[in-house]
Design a protein around this ligand. Sequence first.
Ligand SMILES: [Zn+2]
Ligand SMILES: [Zn+2]
Length: 102
Amino acid sequence: MLQLRPNCEYCDRDLPPDAAAARICSYECTFCADCVDKVLFNVCPNCGGGFVPRPIRPRTAHRPGVCLGSHPASTRRVYLTKDRAEVAAFVQSVRHIPPDAR
Ligand SMILES: [Zn+2]
Ligand SMILES: [Zn+2]
């Protein structure tokens, strides 16, 4: 199940569970759309994969036991620990490869 992490790893902006700007990679590394578009160019700095919009978990239990109340978002903030210059170089080395060919 997705953890629904609470922040952008790069800029630390809040990304609440209903944030339309949340982006995730296949490992659920979580960033905001601004960082993905303008800094990371659709390259996850942790795994090199591309991003998709994070789905929004329903706040209402339309089916029993499956909603944000039953499975709340994570509150543990995650921070990118890699050096920003190293990330920029990594992104440059990968961004020209389409995500489905990486
Ligand atoms: Zn960000
Ligand atoms: Zn990743």
